[in-house]
Structures are given as structure tokens and as C-alpha cells.
Design a binder for this molecule. Structure first.
Ligand code: MGD
Ligand code: MGD
Ligand code: MO
Length: 591
């Protein structure tokens, strides 16, 4: 049976983000939501195995019936299973077709594989041994208030964290995604290096020296990630990239990068989340499912919260959701508008035509939405006292990409001739917005910055991670604050497996499978302080709740930068000879 395949967030997938090495994570990313009619036609049952095939490959998933989808469409939680069948064409934008894949589905007897099994096929190695975290020590207990959550772009700053001995034992006020990050024990306590198919512990100095040599000796190094670390660490990373004339890119290139391209073309009618809370009477989530991706967004900033001019919370506001699926957010909305996949550009254009008084030129339905429904939506927005449009990656990872966002901005622009209306992208990671801030103020560009010419150069589709890796252009990679092993199309990981790769991460990630060296660090917002930028660009200082005894990202990166600069100075003075470039596995020992 031919199907349209789309992928995205679920609560269960998000809950396991900090335990990706567990069966629970693989179980969730190996699920395929499918309409019961389609299941009936396939002769399959709930929990049965389905083989999804695309141009990029095939993978087995377990069937989960869902009436939220239209027949003919399947939904997969994002992770290694989805990315095993995804191609790496970004259509010149940096973001692959995470939301738009055609393929076929059949019944099979084979069970779904685990994430690590999939990565092994892509050239990854076995899961490293994770030390037993042990029991809580008798170190007494302490309760810390006003803690900031280092999970998503909401940066909630009202958490209450209880620490007993050497562990966080409870987190109040956080959503389940945030709590699980504080509670995760999937940590490595010393740097490890890959030795053939197994791992051995090494010292921090050796690991840092290896990283400096790999980056310093590479011709086209890539430094990718940065959304999971502090603005301070990001700045040091940019200096490293400049020093080694490499490419530095952050998660937005695969995420809201197209949003930024839309903003570059059309501007950004934004505001702080506080303004939305105090004023908005119309709230729209378009291509975004906050109940599963930003679980406290509605209760802290938009719908279910009282504001200065909105005394009655949700009774004073109209909530609209536009999505291809009847998501959990759509189920609690006042109005749900189902749109055809990839129909957003046309829908925004139709709304703009209506606002300009040209409703009569529209066909009876646009992108699957009846004309009368579009007229209703345009009127709702025009008559709002204050409207807030929140855009998700349903717009940036589907056909149209940045043109969808540009069209959304032009719609908001049009509305501002009648009332006050704003647009805010639902930024994913707690500090992905920070990457765009630091990259922009230090280099002039928000992501995908190439220093090969000694001066910053930016061209999405050329200097962006998926494109660089899938073309096999990169000859060394530093991964920090991102997990390509779990989240990039298979072709990118297949290339990562062939080049020297270093991962800097407090947790065991699936990228560890492709690392020559994994350097564990203190986790920002849990084990050390750092600055993050909320989705509305408000900078917030994250707190430390518990010492890990590990160096911070800032410390590790500073030492790497120092060694690279020292090496460059010595070379310039002709003191030492360069280490030969090593492509194979195994650590380069410093002379
Ligand atoms: N649980 C959990 N939460 C997370 C994360 C996580 O991994 N897990 N990751 C974080 C990150 S990195 C990000 S960027 C955010 C993303 O947060 P969201 O933007 O909410 O992400 P998704 O669920 O991937 O996609 C949003 C919606 O787009 C819809 N969609 C698909 N195609 C189309 C289309 O053509 N048009 C329209 N209008 N909609 C479409 C999907 O049905 C989906 O409901 O979440 C953050 N929060
Ligand atoms: N199929 C499919 N694939 C997708 C998507 C999709 O919708 N469908 N969405 C895409 C999107 S929008 C995105 S943004 C990416 C997800 O982007 P990723 O960046 O891969 O997401 P995470 O798995 O959250 O990775 C964050 C990493 O940072 C680490 N980390 C946490 N705290 C710290 C810290 O203090 N210091 C350091 N150094 N590291 C830290 C975590 O352990 C984790 O390994 O996935 C993309 N992939
Ligand atoms: Mo993202």
C-alpha cells in the first residue's frame, strides 16, 4: 500500500531523550501510527510488524492504530527508525524532508530493531558501558527553588528541584520531558575512546588533545550542535571554528533554519511571551503540537493562564490549531483546521487574499480547507484585539520550507493593518535560539557558518550539516549539544562513521556510536550555570543544582581552543612538524 510518511514528536519519545540507550526509547521510535482502516486493509493488527519502504531504505515498525490521521498517512516519532528510511536531500535549505516522505507499507513477521542495531548497520559501534550510578549517598538533602529547565525553548523558570546526596530525586512544576532530564542516570563519568569494537577509558587531557589535533589537522572540519549548551560555550566554539577554518553549524539548520530564512526575507513581527500572556485573545498554533513538544507552553504563556488584560484564562481567548493530524493540542483547541500536507503556502496566500477583500477569487477549498472556513479564520484574526501566531516545524520541514514562513509573516503583516498581531517560532531546544544569537553577533549569520575563506560565509544547502555530511565533504566532526546519531538521515551517519568524530555530551547519546572519543561534561542547568535564550529571545541565566565533578563545556572547549592556538603558533614559528593526518580509528597520541 502506498503511504505518505511524516514524523515528529510524542511525549513518550521526548521522555526518553536522556535515556536513548534504553529499550523504552527504541520501542517508541519504532512505532508507526496508522489509520485503523489502513491496518484493516493490510490485514495487520495493533502491535503487529509493518515494513515501511522508501527510496532511502526500509525499516520495520510496530503498528499503532490512530484515528488522528487521515487514511493513507502514517506518523512516526522522530528517531533512528524514521531516519533509517529518510533521504538526505534538503532542497537547498539545510532541513531534510522530515515531514514529507513517500513510501509503501506491507505486513512483515520481523520485529522492529533497536536504535543501536540500526546504527551498527550504518557503521556505528556497540553501546559503551554505562557505569552503575550507585545508590544515593548520605549527603543530606536540599530543595532548590526557581530552577530553570534546560529542555525546550520555553525555559520554564519555576522548577523546584530536590537533591539527595549525589542525585536529583524529584522535580516539581516541570513537565515530564524536563523532569526526565534532571532524573536521568545515563551518564558516563570519564572520557572514553573507541578501540576497535570496544571502549576504553582515557584521561581528560588526552581526550582534549586528541580533539585539538583532529580539528587542527582536518581540511574541512565540522563543528555541529550547540543547542544543548550555554551561550558562553557557543562563543568559544565559534572561535575554534574560525581558528581551524572549519564550518560551525547548529541544530536550527535542520529545524527552524527555514524560519530564519523567511525572517531574513520578510522581517519578524515578534514580541515576548509575557505580552502574549497579558494581551492575546486569539492564539494559533500552526504546524506545531505543543502539548507533546512544549508541554507547559499553553499553561504558562498562552491559553490556560490569566494575564493583565485577560482575567479569565482560556475563557477570554480563542485557541486555533492548524495541522495535518488531529493532535493532542488540536483536541483541546476551540477550533481545529485540518490542512493537507504541504498546503501551508497556499493557505496563507488565500488568507491574505481574503484580508485584501478578494475572497471571491478563491476556489471552493484551498489545501483541503473549505473557503468558508478560511474566511472565518481571517475574520477571527482581523477582529482580534491582540493575536499571536505560533509556528512549528510542520512549516519548516514540509514542502515550501522558508516560503511557508515568509507567507505566514506576510499574513501577520497584513493583519497589522487592522489590529495587533505577532508571530513566534516554537523554538525546540532550550538554547537553540541562543545559537542564532551568538552566531549572529559574532559572525553575522545565524547557522551554517563556513570559515574556510577566513571570513564568515553562509549558504543554507551548501554550508549546512546534512548537506555537508551527505556529500561526504567533511573530514572530521565535533558534535556537542546535539545527537545526529538519533536525528540525522542515515546517509549522514554513514559518513560520520568514516571520519574522526568527537562527542562532547553529559549523557550517552546515539552519536556515541560514531565517536572515536566521547568526553562527558557537566550538564548546563543541572551541574553548572550558563546563559540560554528563550524562544522569544529573552536571555535567562540557568542555575546549578548539583555538582558532577566533571569539567564544563566551557572549560573543555577553552582548553581545545588553547591547544589549537598553541599548535598554530608553533607551526608558524616552525618549531614542530604537523602530525600526519589520520583517517582511521584509534587515538592520535601527542608527541
Ligand atoms: N517530546 C518532545 N518534545 C520536543 C522535542 C522532542 O524530541 N520530543 N524536540 C524539541 C525540538 S528540537 C523541536 S524543533 C520542537 C518541535 O516542536 P513541533 O513544532 O511541535 O514539532 P513536530 O511534532 O515535529 O511537528 C509539529 C506538527 O507539524 C505537523 N505537520 C506535519 N506536516 C505538516 C504540514 O505540511 N503542514 C502543517 N501545518 N503541519 C504539518 C505534524 O503533524 C506535527 O503535529 O519540539 C521540542 N520538544
Ligand atoms: N525523523 C525526524 N528526525 C528529526 C526531526 C523530525 O521531526 N523527524 N526533527 C529534527 C529537529 S527539529 C531537531 S532540532 C533534531 C534534534 O536535535 P538533537 O540536537 O539531535 O536533539 P537531542 O537528542 O535533544 O540532542 C541534544 C543533545 O545535547 C546533549 N546535552 C544536553 N545537555 C547538554 C550540555 O549541557 N552540554 C552538552 N555538551 N550536551 C548536552 C544531550 O545529551 C543530547 O545528546 O532532530 C531532527 N530530526
Ligand atoms: Mo528542533
Amino acid at each position: 500500500m502506498r503511504v505518505f510518511i511524516t514524523s515528529g514528536r510524542t511525549i513518550a519519545q521526548g521522555r526518553e531523550l536522556y535515556s536513548k540507550d534504553t529499550p523504552a526509547y527504541s520501542r517508541e521510535t519504532g512505532r508507526c501510527f496508522i489509520h485503523p482502516f489502513d491496518l484493516l486493509e493490510l490485514g495487520a493488527e495493533e502491535g503487529g510488524s509493518l515494513l515501511l519502504s522508501t527510496v532511502a531504505g526500509e525499516e520495520v515498525f510496530s503498528a499503532t492504530p490512530s484515528e488522528d490521521l487521515v487514511p493513507g498517512t502514517v506518523f512516526i516519532p522522530c528517531g533512528p527508525h524514521a531516519n533509517a528510511i529518510l533521504h538526505a536531500d534538503t532542497r537547498g535549505t539545510g532541513a531534510p524532508d522530515y515531514k514529507w516522505l513517500e513510501g509503501s507499507v506491507t505486513q512483515t513477521d520481523a520485529p522492529p530493531r533497536s536504535g543501536w542495531e540500526i546504527l551498527a548497520e550504518q557503521g556505528g559501534v556497540a553501546r559503551p558501558p554505562v557505569p552503575d550510578p550507585g545508590e544515593e549517598e548520605d549527603g543530606g538533602s536540599v530543595t532548590i527553588r526557581d530552577v530553570v529547565c534546560p529542555l525546550c525553548g520555553c525555559l520554564c523558570d519555576d522548577l523546584v528541584v530536590r537533591v539527595e546526596g549525589n542525585f536529583v530525586t524529584s522535580v516539581d512544576n516541570a513537565c515530564v520531558l524536563g523532569s526526565e532530564k534532571f532524573l536521568s542516570r545515563s551518564r558516563i563519568t570519564s572520557p572514553i575512546s573507541r578501540n576497535g569494537g570496544s571502549w576504553e577509558p582515557i584521561g581528560f587531557l588526552e581526550a582534549i588533545r586528541y580533539t585539538a589535533e583532529v580539528l587542527g589537522n582536518a581540511e574541512r572540519p565540522l563543528l555541529f550542535g550547540w543547542s544543548g549548551t550555554s551561550a558562553e560555550a557557543q562563543c568559544i566554539g565559534i572561535h575554534i571554528a574560525e581558528e581551524v577554518r572549519g564550518v560551525i553549524d547548529n541544530c536550527s539548520s535542520i529545524c527552524h533554519g527555514p524560519t530564519l530564512m523567511g525572517i531574513q526575507e520578510a522581517g519578524h513581527p515578534g514580541c515576548s511571551l509575557g505580552v502574549v500572556k497579558n494581551r492575546a485573545d486569539v492564539v494559533i498554533y500552526w504546524g506545531s503540537n505543543p502539548i507533546e513538544s512544549h508541554p507547559r507552553h499553553l499553561s504558562r504563556y498562552t491559553t490556560f493562564v490569566n494575564g493583565r488584560y485577560r482575567d479569565n484564562g482560556h475563557l477570554d481567548r480563542t485557541l486555533v490549531v492548524v495541522d495535518i493530524r488531529k493532535t493532542d493540542t488540536a483536541k483541546i483547541a476551540d477550533e481545529f483546521i485540518r490542512i493537507k500536507p504541504g498546503g501551508d503556502y497556499a493557505a496563507f496566500s488565500a488568507l491574505r487574499a481574503i484580508l485584501r477583500g478578494h475572497a471571491e477569487i478563491l476556489p471552493a477549498s484551498v489545501a483541503g480547507i473549505p473557503r468558508e472556513r478560511l474566511i472565518w479564520l481571517a475574520d477571527l484574526c482581523r477582529n482580534a484585539q491582540f493575536g499571536a501566531l505560533f509556528t512549528g516545524i510542520g512549516l519548516t520541514q514540509s514542502p515550501g520550507r522558508y516560503k511557508n514562513v515568509r507567507s505566514a509573516i506576510q499574513f501577520v503583516d497584513e493583519l497589522n493593518r487592522h489590529t495587533k498581531f505577532t508571530l513566534t517560532p516554537m523554538r525546540g531546544h532550550w538554547n537553540v535560539n541562543g545559537t542564532n544569537q551568538t552566531f549572529s553577533y559574532l559572525t553575522g549569520y545565524p547557522y551554517g557558518v563556513d570559515f574556510a575563506r577566513d571570513t564568515p560565509y553562509y549558504n543554507p544547502g551548501e554550508t549546512t550539516t546534512v548537506d555537508l555530511l551527505s556529500r561526504g565533504e567533511v573530514d572530521a566532526c565535533l558534535i556537542i549539544g546535539a545527537d545526529p546519531g538519533a536525528h540525522l538521515p542515515r546517509r549522514c551517519n554513514e559518513h560520520l562513521a568514516t571520519i574522526p568524530t568527537v562527542v562532547i555530551d553529559p549523557f550517552v547519546s546515539l552519536s556515541t556510536a560514531f565517536a572515536d572519543v566521547h568526553i562527558p561534561v557537566a550538564c548546563v542547568g543541572i551541574n553548572c550555570e550558563g546563559t540560554g535564550y528563550r524562544m522569544d529571545s529573552i536571555p535567562i541565566r540557568l542555575r546549578k543544582v548539583l555538582d558532577s565533578g566533571l569539567p564544563t563545556d566551557e572549560e573543555v572547549l577553552s582548553q581545545i581552543l588553547h591547544l589549537i592556538r598553541e599548535g598554530a603558533r608553533s607551526r608558524a614559528a616552525g618549531y614542530t612538524r604537523l602530525q600526519p593526518r589520520v583517517r582511521g580509528r584509534g587515538i592520535l597520541r601527542a608527541s
